[in-house]
Design a protein. Structure first.
Lengths: 621, 739
C-alpha cells in the first residue's frame, strides 16, 4: 500500500487541478490517512501540572472532488454566488466502557436551576453529554426501553423530566419493543444520489472484536468524507469505515449515549444541504431525514441527541431555527403557519417585527398533538445563523450561540427563553457548560472566551489570549472541582489555550481600571440590579416586552454588554501554536487532549505522565 | 426575487430593453421614490485604465454617510440660491450606445456622443496588454465581469463628469470640489443606477499628485490618504480665502457656522494643543482620532506622553490572526533601542526606552489599513502578504487609554477595499460596501452587484484568487442599531441561505462552481477566459510582469484591433487617435501648469524640510512653535468671539499666512506643520512616496517633490533620521506631531 503525499493545502484545490491538467502533478486518487509521531519541544505543552506531549498526529485524507464536479480553475475571487457551507474536521468520540467517563460534578445542592421553577431538586446524573454519561450499562441491548417514548427515558435521568413528557402523542410510534431498531437502508449497497460510496475495512469485524473495550472510537468529517476511526488502535490510520458523499459535506455529528452498545451505535449527521442522516455504523445501515430539505432547507450547523432520549435529537439550522427530529419518524413538509399554535406564554408571534429576537418562536411545540411525523418541534430563535448549542448537565437547558453574537439560555423542557446575552462584539462560535452546570463558556469573533454565570445571569470574566476567533471551548472535567475549573480553547490562530479559573478569583477586585467618565456610566445599567430583576420569575413571565422610550432595554431577559472597565479579565495558563492550520475542535479525555484542525489533523496530546495521578483532582465518585 | 416580474420599466431605459435584468436592477425594482440624500444611488464608476484604486475609494467615501453629507453641505453658502442650498447641477449624460444618436433622457445637455465616448474610452485604455484572440473577447461571455461592465455602460445613464463646478461653490477648483461634483451629480440624477465617469476628478487629482500621473497600478490606501488630506487643505484654504476676501458679506452666518465647526472640533479634541485648523472641523470630526504614545526612558525612568492625530491606522499583519489581535499588537509595548533609540530630554541624548501607543480618542470612522505590502529582505521590491486575517462585522477597540472617552465604542464594518493580485505593482481594486438599506454591494468599476453579507468574508486572504481585504472601514454604531439591523436583515439572510441550498442541490459540486442561469449571471471559469480577465484588469501597463505589453498610452497605434473594450471602439480608431492626441495636448498643458505649481511647491517644501530637520534636532524650537500655535489658536478664537469686528489683526495675519501656503493642496507652510493629521499623513505619504519612487522604474523626476518632502528615500533611512521623534518600526504610519 503506497502512501501519496497529502494534497496541497495552498494555493488551493484549483491550482492543483491546473497542475494536473498540465501534467505537472499526478491526478489525485483516493488517499490514505497518515499517522505521524512528531517529537520535540514544539510538540509539548508545559503547564503547571506537568508537560503534555504530542502522542501522534493523524492526518485524515482529504478526498478528491467528486467526479461529477467540473475542475475549477482559478475561480473568480469576485464570484458572487453564495458558497456552500463547509466545516473543519470535528470528532464525535465514543467509548463503550464506563471507565473513562469524567468524574461527576453535578450534584444536588450545587444546582442553580431554581430559576426554572418547575422543580427544585435534581438528582445526580451523568455529567457531560458527549464522551461521558455512561450510566447505562453498555451491554444493555435496549430491551423494553426502546419504545422511543421519551417518557420512558425519563426514568433514567433522575427527576428532570424528559423532553416532551406528558404528551402522549409523542410516544405513539412505539409499537414493537424488543430489538433496537436499525435504519432501513444499507449504505454499502446504496444507490442513493446522495452517497457516493462507502469503503469498509476488510477486517472490520475482527478489528471490532479484538480491540480493548475502553478505547475510544472517533467519527470524523473531512470535506465530503466521513470516517470511523479506532483511535485506541495502533493501526488507527486505517479507517474502519469511510463514507464519501456526493453533494453535501457533513458539518456536524453526534452519537447517542443512551443506545450505544457493542452491537449498536446511533449516529446522526447534519449536512450542508440541510439533510440529516441517521447512521448505524456496525450494521452499515442509514436513513435520510429532512430529505431534500423538506422540513428546513438550510445547512445544519450543529446536531445533538437530546440527553436521555433514544430517538429525539436537536438540529440547529443556519436560518436560526432549532428543530427536534425523531430518528424513526417520516418527514412531512413543514411550514410554520400551519402549526402555529402558541402553547407558551412567550410564543406569541411578533409578526416578524420588533423584538423578535428576544423571544422563542415556537412554530411547533413538542406538546403539539400532531406528532405522527417530523419535526417533533420547531423553534425559531432569530433570523441569524445558529453556530452551536450545548445541553446543560441538568438536562434542562440549552445554551445556544449565534452569528449575531447572542448567547441564549433556553429551558427546552418548557420551551422558554430565559436569558439573552451579547458578546463583546462579533458573532459567537462555540459554547459549552461547566460540568456542574453553573457556568457557560462561549468563544467568538471578539477573540475572547467569555465565562457566564447562569444563576446570576451575568458575565463573570472575559478571557483574553487568543489572537484570532475562538472556534471551540471545552472544560476538562478531570481537572475541575467545585471551586476550580480548568478549560481549554482553540481558535483560528492555530493555538490551544488552557485556562484556570476559580470561584475565589471572581470576588477579587476587578483587574481592569475602573476609571470612567460620566458619559459612559450613563449608558450602562447597574449590572447587579439588572441581574436581580431578570432573575425574578415575574419578569420572565411577562409576555410582552417593555419598550422604553429610549429603546435601551427592550426586554428584561436581554442583558446588555458589560463595558471592559468593569469586567474581570483572565489570562491563560498556557498558550501555544499547535498546528499549522486553524483549529476547530477540542475535547478532553482521561488520558489526553484531542484537537483537530480545518485540514484534518487530529492530534492527541498525552497528559503529564509522572505525578499526574496525584495532581488530578479526585472525583466525587 | 419574484420570478414573474419582467422588465424594470424605468423611464429612461426605453431605448432598448436590456437583454437581461441585472441583479441590481432587480433588487431596486420596487424601490419607492428616490431620496434626495443620495443614499439610494448605486452607480458604477468608469475605469480609465488602472484607475480602480480611485473608484474603490471614492465609492467607499460616498457611502460614508457623515462624510457624504458634509461634502454636500459644504460650503455652507454657495453663491447660488437654490432651494436645497446646492447650486443647480447639470450633469452631461453620455448616451447609451445602442442607438447612436441617443436619447438625452431628462433633457439635460448631452456631453459627447456615444461614439466619441467609446473612442475616448478606447483611447485611455490604449496600451493595455490584450491577450484576447480576435472574435473571442472576454466581454462576449455573458457571465464574465467584462460582460457585466460592458452592459452597465450600455444600460447607462453615464454621467460624464468632465466639467467642474467649483465656481458655483465659490471655491477654487480642487480635489474637494471635484469630489463634491461627483457626489452632487449622483444625488441630482434621477436614475438609481448607472455609470459615473470621474474624469475631471482624476485630472485634478493627478494634477496635484504626480505620483499618480502614470497609468500604473496605484496604492488605494495612499490615494485615500491623499484625497482626505486634499479635502482638508482645500476646505481650509477656502475658509481662509473667504474670510479674507469678503468678511462683511455673510459675516454673521458664516462666522457662526465656522465657530460651530471650530468649537465642535475643539471640544471633540479635548485638547488645547491647537493642532486643529479652523473651518475643517467636520473632516477631522469624522476621520480623526488621537493616539497617545507613552515613552518611558529606561535610563532616567521619565515617562513622556505625546498625543498624535491619525486619519487611519496602518496595522501589521500576522498569519492566522484577527484584526482585533493586530490592533492589540499595534499597541503592544515596544523597545526603542539600538539604531532606534529615544532622545530623552531629561537625561539628554539617545537612550533606550519603552514605547506604547494607545488610542485616546476614537474616530467616528475608523479606517484600518492592513499592511499587506511589505518589503522583501533586500528592500528592493514590495511583496504581498497573503496572511489569513479575519475581520468581524463589528469591532470594539481594546487598545484605548484609561481616560479615553467611551472606550467601549462599537464599530460596524461598512466598507472593504479589496486588492486582487499577486503583488503591489499590479492588480485590481474593488470595494464591497454596506449601503444604508440595500445590504452589501460589490462595486467593481462600472459594475455594481448585490452580494450576500457572507460575501464580505471572502477576503480574509486564504481563498484562492489572491483577493484580500486591504482597507477596512468601520463606522461607529450603537448596540440598538446593530440589533435592529440584525433583525431586519434576517429575512434576506434566510433567502441567501436557501439560495445557497439551491446551489448545493442543483450543482453536485460543493466547492463553488457557478451555475449559469439567466437570472443570476455568474462567472464562467474556463482557463483562457480567466487568464484574459486577469490580464485585462489586473496587469495593465505595469512593466514588471508584462514586459511585452508595456506600451505606454502615448503610442496610439497600439490601440486599434486589440482594444478589448467595446465593438464601437474598434471601428473608429482614427478618431480615437485624434482624441488621444487632443488628450495628450491637454495633459501636456496641465502638466506644464502643474510643473509651475510644483516648482513653487518644491520651494516651499525644501524650506519646510529644512525646518523639519531643524525641529528634529532642536526640541525647544518645537516648544516655541507650539506656543506660537497656541497663541494663534487663541487669537482665532478671539476673532470668532468678536465676529462683528472686521479685520482683526490676528485674523488677517493668520489668514494671510495660511493663504499663501494653502493655494494648492501640495504646498504646506510652516504654520501648518502643527496640524496633527496633516503632518502625520504627509509624513506617511512621504514614506509611501519614497517607497514608490524606489519601486517604480520609470518614475520621473517630478518625484523629487515628494521625495524632498519625505527626505530620505528608504523607509529605513527615514525612520533612522527621525528616530528620536517617531518610531516607525512596527508602527507604520502612525506619526507624531512634529511638536
Amino acid at each position: 500500500m503506497f502512501v501519496l503525499p497529502p494534497p496541497p493545502r495552498y494555493p488551493s484545490q484549483a491550482a492543483y487541478n491546473l497542475a494536473v491538467q498540465n501534467g505537472q502533478a499526478a491526478p489525485m486518487i483516493e488517499t490514505n490517512n497518515i499517522l505521524s509521531h512528531p517529537t520535540g519541544p514544539e510538540y509539548q505543552l508545559v503547564v503547571g501540572e506537568g508537560t503534555y506531549t504530542l502522542k501522534d498526529d493523524l492526518h485524515l485524507a482529504t478526498p478528491p472532488p467528486h467526479p461529477s464536479e467540473a475542475p475549477i480553475v482559478n475561480p473568480n475571487p469576485l464570484a458572487t454566488t453564495p458558497q456552500p457551507a463547509t466545516a473543519g474536521t470535528k470528532l464525535s468520540l465514543l467509548s463503550l466502557s464506563s471507565r473513562s467517563s469524567p468524574p461527576f460534578l453535578y450534584r444536588v445542592g450545587t444546582n442553580q436551576s431554581t430559576r426554572s421553577n418547575l422543580n427544585s431538586s435534581i438528582q445526580e446524573h451523568p455529567g457531560e453529554g458527549r464522551a461521558s454519561g455512561d450510566q447505562f450499562p453498555s451491554s444493555s441491548d435496549g430491551g423494553d426501553t426502546s419504545a422511543t417514548g421519551s417518557a420512558k427515558a425519563t426514568l433514567s435521568i433522575g427527576s428532570a423530566p424528559a423532553f416532551g413528557e406528558g404528551n402522549t402523542f409523542l410516544s405513539a410510534t412505539g409499537k414493537d419493543t424488543g430489538k433496537r431498531r436499525k435504519p432501513k437502508n444499507n449504505i454499502a449497497k446504496s444507490n442513493s444520489s446522495f452517497i457516493s460510496r462507502c469503503i469498509v475495512h476488510e477486517n472490520l469485524a475482527k478489528r471490532l472484536q479484538d480491540r480493548p473495550a475502553e478505547g475510544y472510537f472517533a467519527f470524523a468529517n473531512i470535506n465530503r468524507a466521513f470516517q470511523w476511526i479506532d483511535i485506541a488502535s495502533p493501526q488507527k490510520a486505517e479507517h474502519l469505515t469511510k463514507i464519501l458523499f456526493t453533494k453535501g459535506h457533513c458539518l456536524c455529528h453526534d452519537i447517542n449515549q443512551v443506545t450505544k452498545s457493542q452491537s449498536h451505535i446511533d449516529l446522526i449527521m447534519g449536512f450542508s444541504t440541510g439533510e440529516i442522516i441517521w447512521y448505524e455504523p456496525i450494521s452499515q445501515k442509514y436513513t435520510r431525514l429532512n430529505k431534500n430539505g423538506l422540513i428546513n432547507a438550510t445547512p445544519v450547523s450543529e446536531i445533538r441527541w437530546i440527553p436521555g432520549s433514544e430517538n429525539l435529537f436537536l438540529a440547529a439550522h443556519m436560518d436560526g431555527s432549532l428543530v427536534v427530529y425523531d430518528k424513526e419518524k417520516e418527514d412531512f413538509p413543514f411550514s410554520p403557519d400551519e402549526h402555529n399554535s402558541p402553547t407558551n406564554d412567550n410564543s406569541e408571534t411578533a409578526n416578524g417585527k420588533g423584538d423578535s429576537s428576544t423571544k422563542l418562536h415556537i412554530d411547533k411545540s413538542v406538546h403539539s398533538k400532531n406528532q405522527k411525523t417530523n419535526p417533533v418541534s420547531f423553534w425559531k430563535l432569530s433570523n441569524q445563523r445558529v453556530n452551536a448549542f450545548a445541553f446543560s448537565p441538568d438536562n434542562r437547558h440549552i445554551a445556544v450561540v449565534s452569528e449575531d453574537g447572542v448567547l441564549r439560555i433556553i429551558d427546552y423542557l418548557k420551551e422558554e427563553l430565559l436569558d439573552l446575552f451579547s458578546s463583546y462584539y462579533g458573532g459567537l462560535l462555540c459554547v459549552c457548560w461547566s460540568p456542574d452546570g453553573k457556568y457557560v463558556l462561549t468563544g467568538g469573533q471578539d477573540d475572547l472566551v467569555s465565562i457566564w454565570s447562569v444563576a446570576e445571569a451575568m458575565i463573570v470574566a472575559r478571557c483574553q489570549g487568543h489572537q484570532s476567533w475562538v472556534t471551540a471551548v471545552c472544560f476538562d472535567p478531570w481537572r475541575c472541582d467545585d471551586r476550580n475549573y480548568r478549560f481549554g480553547s482553540v481558535g483560528e490562530d492555530c493555538r490551544l489555550l488552557l485556562w484556570d479559573f476559580s470561584v475565589g478569583m471572581l470576588h477579587k477586585p476587578k483587574t481592569s481600571s475602573v476609571r470612567q467618565r460620566g458619559s459612559i456610566s450613563s449608558r450602562l445599567a447597574n449590572p447587579l440590579q439588572r441581574a436581580e430583576t431578570s432573575n425574578t420569575t415575574a419578569s420572565k413571565l411577562r409576555s410582552n416586552s417593555v419598550v422604553s422610550v429610549d429603546g435601551e432595554y427592550e426586554h428584561m431577559i436581554q442583558h446588555d454588554v458589560e463595558p471592559r472597565a468593569t469586567t474581570a479579565t483572565l489570562p491563560p495558563v498556557m498558550s501555544k501554536v499547535i498546528d499549522p492550520d486553524p483549529l476547530c475542535w477540542l475535547e478532553f479525555t482521561e488520558e489526553s487532549i484531542i484537537t483537530s484542525c480545518k485540514s484534518g489533523h487530529i492530534r492527541t496530546w498525552d497528559r503529564p505522565r509522572d505525578s499526574s495521578d496525584s495532581d488530578v483532582i479526585s472525583s466525587s465518585t | 426575487m419574484s420570478p414573474g416580474v419582467t422588465s424594470p420599466s424605468k423611464g429612461k431605459k426605453d431605448a432598448e430593453p436590456e437583454p437581461e435584468i441585472t441583479p441590481l436592477v432587480k433588487m431596486l425594482q420596487h424601490a419607492g421614490p428616490i431620496r434626495n440624500d443620495g443614499s439610494d444611488k448605486f452607480y458604477g464608476m468608469e475605469n480609465f485604465g488602472n484607475t480602480c484604486y480611485c473608484n474603490s475609494i471614492v465609492q467607499a467615501l460616498y457611502y460614508s454617510v457623515p462624510f457624504r453629507e458634509h461634502v454636500v453641505k459644504y460650503p455652507p453658502h454657495s453663491p447660488y440660491d437654490t432651494p436645497n442650498g446646492h447650486p443647480p447641477i447639470v450633469t452631461p449624460i453620455r448616451a447609451p450606445i445602442q442607438n447612436g444618436a441617443a436619447v438625452s433622457p431628462t433633457g439635460k445637455p448631452k456631453g459627447i456622443s456615444a461614439a466619441e465616448a467609446m473612442k475616448r474610452r478606447a483611447a485611455v485604455n490604449a496600451g493595455q496588454p490584450v491577450s484576447a484572440q480576435a472574435g473571442q473577447k472576454p466581454e462576449d461571455k455573458p457571465d464574465s465581469p467584462e460582460y457585466k461592465k460592458k452592459h452597465a455602460m450600455l444600460a447607462g445613464p453615464i454621467l460624464e463628469l468632465t466639467y467642474e463646478n467649483a465656481s458655483s461653490y465659490g471655491m477654487e477648483e480642487s480635489t474637494f470640489t471635484a469630489l463634491k461634483d461627483i457626489f452632487m451629480a449622483l444625488i441630482a440624477n434621477n436614475s438609481r443606477t448607472g455609470v459615473l465617469s470621474p474624469q475631471r476628478f482624476l485630472e485634478i487629482f493627478k494634477r496635484d499628485n504626480e505620483m499618480f500621473r502614470t497609468s500604473m497600478h496605484q496604492d488605494a490606501h495612499e490615494f485615500y490618504g491623499l484625497v482626505l488630506n486634499a479635502v482638508i487643505s482645500n476646505v481650509e484654504a477656502n475658509f481662509h480665502r473667504l474670510k479674507e476676501q469678503d468678511p462683511p458679506r455673510d459675516d454673521h452666518s458664516l462666522a457662526l457656522s465656522m465657530k460651530a465647526a471650530v468649537t465642535s472640533a475643539a471640544t471633540a479634541m479635548g485638547l488645547a494643543s491647537g493642532t486643529r485648523s479652523p473651518g475643517t472641523g467636520w473632516v477631522h470630526d469624522i476621520f480623526e482620532g488621537v493616539l497617545t504614545s507613552e515613552t518611558k526612558c529606561l535610563t532616567c525612568e521619565t515617562a513622556s506622553q505625546r498625543d498624535e492625530t491619525f486619519l487611519d491606522l496602518s496595522i501589521d499583519l500576522e498569519e492566522h490572526s484577527s484584526v482585533t489581535s493586530c490592533l492589540r499588537k499595534f499597541s503592544a509595548e515596544e523597545m526603542l533601542c539600538e539604531r532606534n533609540k529615544f532622545h530623552c530630554d531629561n537625561c539628554g541624548g539617545l537612550q533606550e526606552a519603552e514605547k506604547r501607543m494607545k488610542i485616546k480618542r476614537l474616530p467616528k470612522i475608523l479606517a484600518l489599513h492592513l499592511k499587506r505590502f511589505k518589503y522583501t529582505e533586500d528592500m528592493t521590491r514590495l511583496q504581498k502578504l497573503f496572511h489569513r486575517v479575519v475581520y468581524p462585522y463589528h469591532l470594539r477597540m481594546f487598545n484605548t487609554t484609561d481616560d479615553a472617552e467611551d472606550p467601549d465604542r462599537l464599530y460596524e464594518l461598512y466598507a472593504v477595499v479589496v486588492h486582487i493580485g499577486g503583488n503591489a505593482y499590479h492588480g485590481h481594486y474593488v470595494s464591497v460596501i454596506k449601503t444604508q438599506d440595500r445590504g452589501w454591494l460589490l462595486f467593481d468599476d462600472e459594475m455594481v452587484e448585490p452580494v450576500d453579507k457572507s460575501y464580505v468574508r471572502n477576503f480574509f486572504g486564504d481563498k484562492p484568487g489572491q483577493a484580500c481585504a486591504y482597507v477596512l472601514f468601520y463606522q461607529e454604531t450603537t448596540v440598538e442599531a446593530m440589533r435592529r439591523e440584525m433583525e431586519a436583515e434576517g429575512p434576506t439572510e434566510v433567502v441567501s441561505a436557501t439560495k445557497q441550498q439551491e446551489t448545493a442541490n442543483g450543482h453536485p459540486q460543493p466547492n463553488g462552481t457557478y451555475p449559469a442561469s439567466v437570472s443570476k449571471p455568474a462567472f464562467a471559469s474556463s482557463p483562457e477566459e480567466t487568464r484574459e480577465f486577469v490580464s485585462l484588469d489586473h496587469a495593465v501597463s505595469s512593466p514588471l510582469p508584462m514586459s511585452n505589453h508595456t506600451i505606454p498610452r502615448i503610442l496610439p497605434s497600439a490601440t486599434s484591433p486589440q482594444v478589448p473594450i467595446l465593438d464601437a471602439a474598434r471601428v473608429k480608431t482614427k478618431e480615437a487617435k485624434e482624441r488621444e492626441k487632443r488628450e495628450l495636448k491637454e495633459a501636456e498643458k496641465s502638466r506644464k501648469v502643474a510643473e509651475k505649481e510644483r516648482q513653487k511647491a518644491e520651494e516651499q517644501k525644501r524650506k519646510e524640510a529644512m525646518q523639519t530637520r531643524k525641529d528634529l534636532l532642536k526640541s525647544q524650537d518645537a516648544e516655541v512653535r507650539k506656543a506660537l500655535a497656541a497663541s494663534k489658536h487663541s487669537a482665532a478664537e478671539e476673532e470668532e468671539r468678536r465676529k462683528r469686528e472686521v479685520n482683526s489683526s490676528a485674523s488677517t495675519s493668520e489668514t494671510g499666512k495660511e493663504n499663501g501656503h494653502a493655494e494648492k493642496g501640495f504646498a504646506r507652510g510652516l504654520s501648518r506643520a502643527h496640524k496633527g493629521s496633516k503632518s502625520m499623513s504627509r509624513k506617511s505619504f512621504g514614506f509611501l512616496g519614497s517607497k514608490y519612487g524606489e519601486a517604480k522604474t520609470h518614475a520621473d523626476d517630478t518625484n523629487t517633490a515628494v521625495e524632498g518632502d519625505s527626505g530620505p528615500q528608504t523607509p529605513e533611512k527615514h525612520s533612522k533620521s527621525t528616530k528620536d521623534r517617531f518610531s516607525f518600526s512596527g508602527l507604520g504610519r502612525k506619526k507624531s506631531n512634529l511638536i
